[in-house]
Design a binder for this molecule. Structure first.
Ligand SMILES: NC(=O)C1=CN([C@@H]2O[C@H](COP(=O)(O)OP(=O)(O)OC[C@H]3O[C@@H](n4cnc5c(N)ncnc54)[C@H](O)[C@@H]3O)[C@@H](O)[C@H]2O)C=CC1
Ligand SMILES: O=C(CO)COP(=O)(O)O
Length: 341
């Protein structure tokens, strides 16, 4: 009997950021047990002593079924499955640390959203290189960590090439107010999650510039068209990109300053107005769209896909173009048909 034929009830969560912590809590609500594995032993001790992860999820008390474990070997030996919840650019290093101690058949649920800079690989490709042979799933969709931790109703999607694996992972997290749908389109789910953060920066910048809701609606819709074009070129199911992990997450992230990517876009516009550059705070919460502006557009260029909004965000965050001129360039693009057909 393979591991995924029996319920996945012990979940090791690698990466104790806001999302890893919220997922550990979601697993506990689903009747699973979770071991949260931070990068440092000190962080594990603090979480265990305080019964919270105050730096990342302020005010949230951990349920009894969640514990912190400093030693990844102990956590993975105990676990039925692991959730990989480090930022995308740390995924390879984090998996390398797990490689000597990760059982060869341990199911892994990728919870980071992004494309690796340099290699242009999706997270499932990075993990398959760093931890070869393990059954892979991705959990994604519109889900602010804080809302999940507070048990506000949330729907996500769990994708795996094996439907049985997607269903097992979904069951490990499903509870009355946390509803995972399943999908076999791993590629589509990963593309939507990686690209939406870049469009969210554009929406935040538009808000910071004082633009209105017309602009936001245009950016979301045309952003989705870009994401769908990338998905089509890479072989994703177009329906996935209008589902929870595509349009769903795009809508969430593009419409609230609760999104770190949106908030960073607002900060970009404020900084531009004051004639200075903006960058995410070192050691602060991850802003995936900054690195992913580069990695997602690099992937699109490789596939011959135009992503003008994402390219504009890239040019601005790389300091090659001012926000004003990036917007003017977007608006000055030749008039064209809205749809390809
Ligand atoms: N916060 C949210 O609402 C959601 C986040 N996500 C995704 O989850 C991923 C993680 O985001 P957050 O937890 O929010 O970030 P965060 O900024 O709250 O925390 C990131 C954590 O990763 C740890 N880390 C960094 N490098 C590491 C490494 N090499 N090994 C182990 N740990 C390492 C840091 O110590 C930190 O605790 C991102 O890809 C994000 O897009 C997905 C859904 C919701
Ligand atoms: O992915 C997220 C919600 O689904 C979190 O978005 P931010 O990283 O922009 O906060």
């Amino acid at each position: 009997m393979s591991r995924t034929d029996r319920p996945l009830r012990r979940i090791a969560v690698i990466g104790a950021g806001a999302w890893g912590t919220a997922l550990a809590i979601a697993a506990a609500r689903a009747g699973s047990e979770a071991l949260l594995v931070p990068r440092s032993a000190e962080h594990a001790r603090r979480i265990e002593a305080e019964r919270r992860n105050e730096a990342r999820l302020p005010g949230i008390v951990l349920p009894d079924a969640v514990h912190a474990e400093a030693d990844p070997a102990a956590a993975l030996a105990w676990a039925d499955a692991a959730a990989l919840a480090t930022p995308s650019q740390a995924m390879r290093a984090s998996c390398a640390r797990l490689a000597p101690v990760c059982p060869p058949d341990l199911p892994l649920a990728i919870c980071a959203k992004g494309v690796e800079a340099g290699s242009g690989l999706l997270m499932s490709e990075v993990v398959a290189e760093a931890l070869p042979g393990r059954p892979l799933a991705a959990l994604s969709g519109p889900s602010f960590a804080d809302e999940v931790a507070r048990d506000l109703p949330t729907a996500v999607v769990v994708a795996a090439r094996s439907r049985a694996l997607a269903e097992s992972v979904a069951r490990a997290f499903a509870s009355a107010r946390f509803r995972p749908y399943v999908s076999t389109d791993l590629l589509g789910v990963e593309i939507g999650g990686a690209a939406k953060n870049v469009v969210a920066i554009a929406c935040g910048a538009a808000q910071g510039l004082g633009y209105g809701l017309n602009t936001r609606a245009a950016l979301i819709t045309r952003g989705l068209a870009e994401i769908r074009a990338l998905g089509a070129a890479m072989g994703a199911d177009p329906e996935t990109l209008t589902g929870l992990s595509g349009l769903g997450d795009l809508t969430l992230t593009c419409s609230s300053e609760q999104s770190r990517n949106f908030a960073f876009g607002v900060a970009l516009a404020r900084a531009a107005a004051e004639g200075r550059a903006a960058a995410p705070a070192p050691g602060g919460p991850v802003v995936e769209g900054v690195v992913n502006a580069r990695s997602v557009t690099a992937l699109a260029r490789r596939h011959g896909v135009e992503m003008p909004i994402c390219e504009a965000v890239r040019a601005v965050v790389e300091g090659r173009e001012s926000l004003d001129s990036a917007i003017l360039a977007l608006l000055a693009r030749p008039l064209k048909a809205e749809t390809a057909r």
